[in-house]
Design a binder for this molecule. Structure first.
Ligand SMILES: NC(=O)c1ccc[n+]([C@@H]2O[C@H](COP(=O)([O-])OP(=O)(O)OC[C@H]3O[C@@H](n4cnc5c(N)ncnc54)[C@H](O)[C@@H]3O)[C@@H](O)[C@H]2O)c1
Length: 373
C-alpha cells in the first residue's frame, strides 16, 4: 500500500456504501468504530445512550448518517429504529462496560448486558435487511480460573462479579439465538443471518473518558496536576490499542457479509502474550511519554473481588482468520498517552493520525484486511 491510505479498499471493500447499525456509538470503542466505518464509505447509524459529558464522537464532529439516543432495554424503540434504518450489518457494542459499577448497580448491568443483548438480537430477527451481526462481549465472559493459560473459545462461560457474569450470560443469549433462529444448517433456506461473538480484553487509546478506568483516571488526574490513586497495581491485563479488536470485529463482519458460515461463532481478539502486563507496568511505561504522570498505590482490604489474571488464547483468530495485532505494548502506550497529551496541551484530536498510522503499519505487516483483492 502506498503512503496514502485508501480506506474504501480495506476489508475487501465490503463496507463501502453499506448500511450499518452500531449500538454504543457514543462510547469509547463505538466512537472509533463509527469513525473508521465512515472513513471506509459506510452509511453508519448509531443507537445508544448519551451518558458521557464529554465524548470522542462529538470531538470528531461525527459524520454519522444519524445518531439515535435510546436504551437497548426499550425493545419497541430499538425495533422501530432497526425497521427505519434497515441495516445490513449490526455491530452490538452498547453495554454497561465496567466491573466496579456492576457491584453498585447489578440489576442495571444484567438488564443492559443480558436483556439488552436479547433485545438487539430480537430487533435483528424482526428486521429483514439484517444479514450479519457482530456481538461484542468481553474476555471476562469466561469462567476465570486465575490460571496462567489463555482462555479458548471452547472454554466454559462464567463470571464472578455481575459484569463478568452478564457477559457470560450475553454469550449464552447469542448462542441460543444462533441455535434457535440463525441456525447454520438452515442458513440460506429459512433465514439469511450470520451471528458471531467477539471477545477482547482491556483496550486503551485516545478518546476514552469512561469512569473508573486506568488510562482515563490517569490522564484526567495528570491534566489537573494531581496524583492518580491505584488500587490494584499487580493485576495483569491483556492491554491492547482500541484499533486492534476493532480490526478483528471488522474482519469478522467482512467474512459474515461474504456468507462465510464458518465465521458465525465465538472469536478471541487479544494481544500477544508479552502485552499481558500489570497495571504498575502500564503506569511506568506511560510516564516515559508524559513525565507529569504521578501515581500512588492505595490498596483497600474491603475492595470488591476483581480478577487478577486473565489472558486470551487467540490461536483461532490467528490461524483461521489470519487476524493479528499490529502494535506492541510500548507503541500502544505511546499512542495512547500522546493522544491525551496532545488533547490536553493543544486541544487537538489525534484520532485520524492514529488510524492512518495503524492502517499503514498493518499494511506493512501484510495483514489480510489491508490487501487489495
Ligand atoms: N473498554 C474495554 O476495555 C472493554 C474490554 C472488553 C470488552 N468491552 C466491551 O466492548 C463494548 C464497548 O465498550 P466501551 O469500552 O466502548 O464502553 P463505553 O462504556 O465507553 O461505552 C458503552 C456504550 O454503551 C452505551 N450504553 C450503555 N448502556 C446502554 C443502554 N442501556 N442502552 C443503550 N446504550 C447503552 C453507552 O451510551 C455507550 O455508547 C462493551 O460491550 C464492553 O463490555 C470493553
Amino acid at each position: 500500500m502506498e503512503n496514502v491510505v485508501n480506506f474504501e479498499q480495506l476489508f475487501g471493500g465490503i463496507y463501502r456504501n453499506k448500511t450499518i447499525l452500531l449500538t454504543g456509538h457514543t462510547g469509547f470503542k463505538g466512537s472509533w468504530l463509527a469513525y473508521w466505518l465512515t472513513k471506509m464509505g459506510a452509511k453508519v447509524y448509531g443507537y445508544a445512550l448519551d451518558n458521557n459529558e464529554l465524548h470522542h464522537l462529538q470531538l470528531l464532529n461525527n459524520t454519522l448518517e444519524h445518531s439515535e439516543i435510546g436504551d437497548i432495554r426499550d425493545l419497541k424503540h430499538l425495533t422501530d429504529y432497526f425497521q427505519k434504518v434497515q441495516p445490513e450489518i449490526v455491530f452490538h457494542l452498547a453495554a454497561q462496560a465496567l466491573v466496579r459499577p456492576s457491584y453498585t448497580h447489578p440489576v442495571d448491568t444484567f438488564s443492559t448486558n443480558v436483556i439488552g443483548t436479547a433485545n438487539v438480537l430480537e430487533a435483528c430477527r424482526l428486521t429483514n435487511s439484517v444479514r450479519a451481526i457482530v456481538n461484542v462481549t468481553s474476555d471476562k465472559c469466561y469462567d476465570n480460573r486465575e490460571w496462567i493459560w489463555g482462555y479458548r473459545e471452547t472454554d466454559p462461560m462464567g463470571g464472578y462479579d455481575p459484569y463478568s457474569a452478564s457477559k457470560g450470560a450475553a454469550e449464552l443469549v447469542a448462542s441460543s439465538y444462533r441455535n434457535s433462529f440463525f441456525n447454520l444448517k438452515e442458513y440460506g433456506k429459512k433465514h439469511k443471518v450470520l451471528l458471531a461473538s467477539a471477545r477482547a480484553g482491556n483496550v486503551i487509546g485516545g478518546g476514552d473518558w469512561g469512569i473508573d478506568r486506568l488510562i482515563p483516571d490517569m490522564v484526567k488526574a495528570t491534566a489537573q496536576n494531581e496524583t492518580v490513586q491505584i488500587r490494584n497495581p499487580k493485576a495483569t491485563r491483556p492491554w491492547q490499542h482500541v484499533l486492534e479488536p476493532l480490526s478483528g470485529y471488522l474482519t469478522l463482519g467482512w467474512k459474515l457479509l461474504n456468507n462465510q458460515i464458518e465465521y458465525a461463532d465465538g472469536w478471541n481478539f487479544g494481544p500477544e502474550i508479552k502485552s499481558n502486563v500489570t497495571v504498575g507496568e502500564v503506569l511506568e511505561e506511560s510516564q516515559k511519554y508524559w513525565k507529569d504522570i504521578k501515581f500512588n498505590i492505595q490498596t483497600n482490604p474491603d475492595e470488591h473481588h476483581e480478577a487478577h489474571l486473565l489472558m486470551l488464547d487467540c490461536s483461532k483468530a490467528n490461524k483461521i482468520m489470519k487476524w493479528k495485532g499490529v502494535w506492541e505494548f510500548e507503541k500502544t502506550i505511546e499512542k495512547t498517552v500522546n493522544w491525551y497529551k496532545i488533547y490536553y496541551q493543544n486541544k487537538q484530536i489525534n484520532t485520524e493520525q492514529d488510524l492512518n498510522d495503524y492502517v499503514k503499519d498493518a499494511a506493512q505487516a501484510q495483514l489480510i484486511w489491508t490487501q487489495q483483492i
